[in-house]
Design a protein around this ligand. Structure first.
Ligand code: ATP
Ligand code: MG
Length: 364
């Protein structure tokens, strides 16, 4: 049988989704969904993972489940083509995590660079919740329960995928070929691997409050772009400007297409030309920011409008999620069944085991 191509990816419902999610993963998901090249697509909200560092504020997670669902629908994820579900509703994922826990060492988790950075970012110091520390294992359960082959995600997810592959190899080595090794699908544009925040910090992240949200109003987007971090040494228009670490240019790398120049900045033919002028001096930040704002509005306007449409029928969105959970659970349960058989912990439907034990005791 031809190996199925299966996508799985998700987001933590800790806030509305932002343009970092969009360029890092969402945009790609929609393209892949519509390409028809994949047999199955699973998109999920990792509410359980969100609780690992929000246990004092579970209401935040509860409130954001619907926000993220609206963001999904707004960018064009289509429940007729993709199964959209919520992690906590699939108890099989906990069971898988429980078995995988025995295949990973504490020191291996301590070496995970993303977890290290996130622990620092959250100032956990020595009070790291066990669930947070072990979330790469639970993430491996999410991925493998659906036998995902492809995980479209940002660069920060690379260590998680490596961890998942290690678990798969270990499991298959001990118990025989059962699980599938996943591959990460990174954005093909370098600026999108880890989009910086509007403050110039290394990553746009809900936890850092430096985001442009997909649901921000046109005014909010305008304001955020205008106050974005650029090159602090570029003071006068005539000063030569630096591109490195200049967030406005990073965003242009992520969003600008050649046709935007004709529409919004006809004095320039390409992004290279604009960059050359900026580095030479004589091009003000405001002009570049206005151009970026126009591009952002063009991209975000239809998303914003679709979101408003879907928000008119919230019960229907919950219903869509409920159906997604049902479908997802069937798939996860099938994998769990195979896992239990492989581990030979399916005691009650293992006739050979029962007969063998009966014989052993009869002979005693
Ligand atoms: P939190 O602060 O709660 O961790 P987050 O903003 O980091 O939130 P996640 O839900 O952890 O978002 O990430 C979801 C997906 O979006 C992942 O695939 C991740 O790689 C991608 N992603 C998040 N932020 C960025 C970014 N700034 N650039 C590129 N991809 C990103
Ligand atoms: Mg994150």
């Amino acid at each position: 049988m031809k190996k199925e191509k299966i996508i799985l990816t998700g987001d933590r419902p800790t806030g509305k989704l932002h343009i970092g999610h969009y360029v890092g993963s969402l945009r790609r998901r929609v393209e892949l969904q519509n390409s028809g090249l994949y047999d199955k697509i699973f998109i999920f909200e990792a509410d359980g993972q969100a609780l690992t560092d929000n246990i004092d504020n579970p209401e935040k997670v509860r409130q954001n489940v619907i926000e993220v669902a609206l963001d999904y629908l707004a960018v064009g994820l289509d429940p007729a083509k993709s199964t959209i579900f919520i992690q906590s509703q699939i108890p099989e994922l906990c069971e898988l995590t429980f078995y995988y826990m025995d295949m990973v060492t504490v020191s291996r988790l301590q070496r995970n660079p993303t977890v290290k950075t996130e622990i620092q970012m959250r100032n956990f110091e020595t009070s790291i919740p066990v669930g947070f520390f072990t979330y790469p294992i639970s993430q491996a359960a999410d991925i493998t329960a659906f036998k995902a082959t492809t995980v479209p995600a940002g660069e920060d997810q690379e260590p998680m995928l490596e961890q998942a592959r290690e678990i798969v190899r270990r499991f298959n080595h001990i118990y025989g070929d059962t699980l599938v090794e996943p591959e990460i699908l990174l954005p093909d544009n370098a600026a999108c691997l880890r989009l910086p925040g509007t403050d110039g910090k290394t990553k746009m992240s809900k936890s850092l409050g430096n985001c442009i949200y997909l649901s921000d109003s046109a005014d909010e987007v305008e304001k955020k772009v205008k106050s974005m971090y650029t090159d602090p040494t570029h003071i006068k228009v005539s000063d030569p400007g630096k591109l490195e670490g200049n967030t406005v240019f990073t965003y242009l790398d992520a969003f600008c297409k050649p046709e935007h120049f004709g529409r919004y900045l006809p004095d320039y033919a390409s992004l290279d030309e604009l960059k050359a002028h900026y580095t030479r001096g004589g091009l003000g930040d405001m002009k570049v920011k206005k151009f970026l704002a126009a591009i952002m509005q063009e991209e975000l306007d239809p998303i914003r409008n679709r979101r408003k449409e879907f928000a008119k029928d919230i019960p229907a969105v919950y219903d869509m999620l409920k159906k997604g959970c049902e479908t997802a659970r069937e798939t996860a349960a099938r994998t769990l069944d195979e896992v239990r058989r492989a581990m030979k912990i399916n005691y009650f439907d293992d006739d050979a085991l029962i007969a063998e034990q009966a014989k052993r005791f009869a002979e005693e």
